[in-house]
Design a protein around this ligand. Structure first.
Ligand code: GDD
Ligand code: MN
Length: 333
């Protein structure tokens, strides 16, 4: 079995000077985006290092994937790490050992700092977990230190945009792949500074929506459609029935339509009809209560139409999150 360490770099010559001596027993692939800081010269000193230079800066994820594609062997073990000493290079051998019996190894930061990485990364993680429930297996889903067997991943399905390459590889693991975690001590960047810019946030949101298969948008569209359906039904019923009954019919039918569309479109093949519709009814009831309660109490402090709008938005979020994680929750793997 061939083992490779892939390291994406952009202006990391100072770090590479200290890093490459630690990696002499591995096949190292450095994918550099034309740093022009002496990276080439340093890499050339090491027979075990293959350097791929790309002429423009195309991002971390695509650098990793170009490294993977450069491997000729049909099946290889790959460990991906950053060049800046935040990852623990002493654990690379343990990752390779784990890859004997596993297809995927997630390296997770040990200790407090994992929970201590700022509001943004905590929010990013929550957002990801809520929209992509499968990703909950990953304990440190934004990290870039991991290992995998190339044969166990649908490599051509990977969209290497942005920075979250581990997440992307994980989501494209073939069925039945064995996965495990490994803890490591998180280090500090030795030289230079982080290359990640504000753009990573928008790229990350795009990636999460894509991994979510845009269900949240479909859910929203179905919800908006339901409002119009409700209005239309109310109009039609009110031609023949008293207002109260027309309202009840319109609400019941449009709610049922909402369930059916989400069951057969948004969350198709996720869970069975009967349990879903029971859970849906309960959640819909509480979503209504949230809307009512928020609108009623907020109307003491702000205009009632705005209060109601906030109530609608909150009950939408509530209902979407429970749809994803309760009503149509994924079967446990
Ligand atoms: N080839 C290439 N092209 N490499 C890049 C690029 C690029 O455009 N951008 C960054 N890199 C390399 C860096 O040189 C470094 O080796 C590694 O990718 C990580 O980049 P950093 O600049 O150190 O990123 P970070 O520390 O802010 O973010 C890392 O940690 C985050 C949180 O755990 C990355 O691993 C992120 O993916 C991760 O979310
Ligand atoms: Mn870093």
């Amino acid at each position: 079995m061939k083992n490779y360490v892939i390291i994406p770099t952009y202006k990391e010559a100072e770090n590479l000077k200290e890093l490459l001596p630690l990696l002499t027993r591995y096949n190292v692939i450095i994918v550099d985006d034309n740093s022009l800081d002496g990276t080439e010269k340093i890499c050339r000193k090491y027979g075990n290092v293959k350097l791929i230079v790309r002429k423009d800066k195309r991002g971390l994820a695509s650098a990793v994937m170009d490294g993977v594609k450069s491997i000729k062997a049909k099946d290889a073990n790959v460990v991906v790490a950053d060049a800046d000493f935040e990852h623990d290079y002493g654990r690379i051998k343990d990752v390779f050992n784990l890859l004997d019996k596993n297809d995927f190894v997630e390296c997770i930061k040990k200790g407090k700092r994992l929970w201590n990485r700022g509001v943004i990364s905590t929010a990013a993680k929550r957002f990801l977990y809520a929209l992509v429930p499968e990703s909950m297996w990953l304990k440190d889903p934004l990290s870039g230190f991991f290992g995998f067997r190339t044969k166990s991943v649908n490599l051509d399905k990977i969209k290497p945009v942005g920075y979250k390459i581990m997440l992307e590889v994980f989501m494209n693991l073939k069925k039945g792949s064995a996965k495990t975690h490994l803890e490591y001590d998180y280090g500090y960047r030795k030289h230079g500074k982080s290359k990640l810019k504000f753009k990573v946030i928008t790229e990350f949101i795009g990636q999460v929506l894509r991994l979510n298969n845009y269900r949240v948008l479909v859910f929203l569209a179905i919800g908006v459609f339901g409002i119009f359906l409700n209005e239309f039904l109310l109009y039609a019923f009110y031609l023949r029935f008293p207002l109260f009954f027309s309202l009840v019919y319109a609400i019941v039918i449009s709610t049922l339509a909402n369930f059916l569309m989400n069951h057969y479109i948004t969350f198709r093949n996720r869970s069975n009809f009967i349990p879903s519709i029971i859970k849906f009814s309960v959640v819909t009831f509480f979503a209504g209560l949230i809307n009512l309660g928020v609108a009623f109490y907020l109307s003491y402090v702000i205009m009632y139409l705005i209060a109601n709008f906030i109530g609608i938005v909150l009950s939408f979020i509530f209902k979407y999150l429970l749809s994803e994680n309760f009503i149509w929750s994924m079967p446990k793997k």
